[in-house]
Design a protein around this ligand. Structure first.
Ligand code: PEP
Ligand code: MG
Length: 564
């Protein structure tokens, strides 16, 4: 058995096809004519662009618009004047196209890898894909045709690049295994979109397996099972069957209201990072967006998105929701999210430092365009503004003052916006929990961010493996906080939602129903599963369970009871 990262749910049982990397070695030479070499490079780019457009079109038809944009992004990258002119500069200094492409792409790859950010790592992997395909074109190397694999194939590759994915015929590929990539890599996103079980980052898997070997890909536990006996095969095909049945059962919840077994209705929203994801929320039958993490609009670029760009993005999201609510969080930068061009400086304790609303209130150049863009987009639907990382009431009062000021500005410019736009706070610090009664008088809604609330309540860095045993929302300290916040919201008659990962925790949902949570916001892929769990719980049973749970003293006891 080999261990890796579980990247796409499901069980695949099939025969291995290893996608071997073709040799792209070349001998450098000095071109006879620089003009001719520049034309050769240009032709390679045109060829690359044509092929990539065709792949994007195939992905659009087979998977969807959003996924095809990954490949369209590669076309944008290679047409970026900075990348092209660097390669041309290199050719002009007597390098052949192969060498120019390799060295320039490698420089960009190193630059992106040097930034500690998942998105930048992805960018590096895209440039790697571009480099390989440009070299294939320049060297005339024939590329493996993934679309020709037989039904029941498990694809194994060092990395499954977006261009390879374009060739996958969903019906023929039952599993994907790679040596690199994580949960948020493009290969993972595409595997999930294709609903093919995938395990990524399995060390040396391309040399450990043989073509034709039979394997199981367990996309739940992130492992690959070899040496299959009849009983192992039977065990996994039962698991596979149960999952197929479960997915069928979930589809019966499409178009239904989110309501408990005894008739209590709640709202079920999706979390997004880009305006295009709003379409996914509706496709997954979400009723609105409970958290739009706007930092992705900022992280995706090398300069700050303008007011206009942000306005377009927020408008696009709210229009996609067709009348549904879209809760947009103001910029949450700092902590583990760095945006180099904002120049926030290095800190010893970034999670306790210059982060989120603390940055925004001191940086008019950042906050003003965002608030104006949000106000302008509110003319197109139910946009709500949500402020992260609040610790004291002054912060929210300052935000409200700024919103009023920008409303007057927009009035002066005859630009329309929603005069009653709702403003809420994320409850994700112990301070916000303690003053929830005070905050509730100031805002229109709460949304509990359990990812940070658990981190700050337990004083445990959410990314530190050594103390990960403490990072659980089942701790009585966290559960009491959640209960208290919902009670404060109820007293002030404002709705309370939850947009942290706990909102999709099947074991926790009954407790949240008992506490009176009004809105659950989960990742789009968890929407139907969350609706299913809610519909199977009755408020009465949930109340009984909550009474028992809240008497317990440890996270372990609570986890045991909730998982029973
Ligand atoms: C949270 O803290 O629960 C949350 C939803 O915000 P993020 O994960 O983006 O910090
Ligand atoms: Mg947070």
């Amino acid at each position: 058995m080999y261990k890796g990262i579980a990247a796409s749910d499901g069980i695949g049982i099939g025969k291995v096809v290893i996608i071997k990397e073709k040799s792209l070695s070349y001998t450098s030479y000095t071109p006879k004519s620089i003009e001719q070499e520049l034309i050769r490079f240009e032709q390679a780019v045109t060829d690359f662009t044509d092929k990539t457009m065709a792949m994007a079109e195939r992905i659009k038809n087979q998977i969807g618009q959003k996924e095809s944009e990954i490949l369209e992004g590669q076309i944008l990258m290679i047409s970026d004047p900075m990348v092209c002119s660097e390669i041309e500069k290199s050719i002009k200094s007597d390098k052949c196209s192969e060498e120019a492409v390799s060295t320039v792409c490698d420089t960009f790859i190193q630059m992106f890898l040097g930034i500690e950010d998942e998105m930048m790592k992805q960018r590096a992997s895209d440039i790697g894909d571009i480099k390989t395909r440009l070299l294939e074109i320049l060297l005339g190397v024939e590329v493996a045709d993934i679309s020709a694999v037989a039904p029941g194939t498990i694809l194994i590759a060092k990395d499954l690049t977006p261009s390879m994915t374009a060739g996958i015929i969903k019906e023929n590929v039952v599993g994907i295994i790679t040596e690199v990539g994580g949960k948020t890599s493009h290969s993972a996103i595409l595997a999930r979109a294709l609903e093919i079980p995938a395990v990524l980052s399995v060390a040396n898997i391309t040399s450990l397996c043989k073509d034709g070997e039979e394997l199981v890909v367990d996309g739940f536990d992130g492992c690959v099972i070899d040496n299959l006996t009849d009983s192992i095969k039977l065990q996994y095909s039962e698991k596979q069957h149960a999952y197929i049945e479960y997915k069928k059962a979930l589809s019966t919840y499409v178009g239904k209201k989110t309501v408990t077994a005894d008739g209590l209705e709640v709202e079920l929203f999706g979390n997004i990072g880009k305006p295009e994801d709003a379409v996914t929320v509706t496709a997954c039958d979400g009723e609105g967006v409970g958290l739009f993490r706007t930092e992705f609009l900022f992280m995706d670029k090398s300069t700050m998105p303008s007011e206009k760009e942000q306005f377009e993005a927020y408008k696009k999201a709210v229009i996609a929701l067709k009348g549904g609510t879209v809760i947009i969080r103001t910029l949450d930068v700092g902590g583990d999210k760095e945006i180099p061009y904002l120049d926030l400086g290095k800190e010893d304790n970034p999670f306790l430092g210059y982060r989120a609303i603390r940055v925004c209130l001191q940086r008019e150049d950042v906050f003003k365009p965002q608030l104006r863009a949000l106000l302008r987009a509110s003319a197109f639907g139910d946009i709500r503004i949500m402020v992260p990382m609040v610790t004291c009431v002054d912060e929210i009062r300052s935000v409200k003052k700024l919103v009023k000021e920008y409303m007057l500005e927009l009035d002066g410019e005859s630009i329309s916006y929603n005069k009653d736009i709702k403003i809420g706070v994320m409850i994700e610090t112990p301070a916000a929990v303690s003053i929830a009664d005070i905050l509730a008088k100031e805002v229109d809604f709460f949304s509990i961010g359990t990812n940070d609330l658990t981190q700050y309540t337990m004083a445990v860095d959410r990314g530190n493996a050594k103390v990960a045993y403490l990072y659980s929302a089942y701790n009585p300290a966290v559960l009491r906080s959640i209960k208290h916040v919902i009670e404060c919201g109820k007293k002030a008659s404002i709705p309370v939602g939850m947009c942290g990962e706990s909102a999709a925790d099947k074991a926790l949902i009954p407790l949240l129903i008992s506490f009176g949570l009004d809105e659950f916001s989960v990742s789009p892929s968890s929407i139907l599963a969350t609706r299913k769990v809610i519909s199977e719980v009755s408020k009465e049973a949930a109340d009984k369970l909550a009474q028992e749970v809240m008497k317990l003293e440890t996270a372990k006891e609570i986890a045991e009871l909730l998982n029973k």
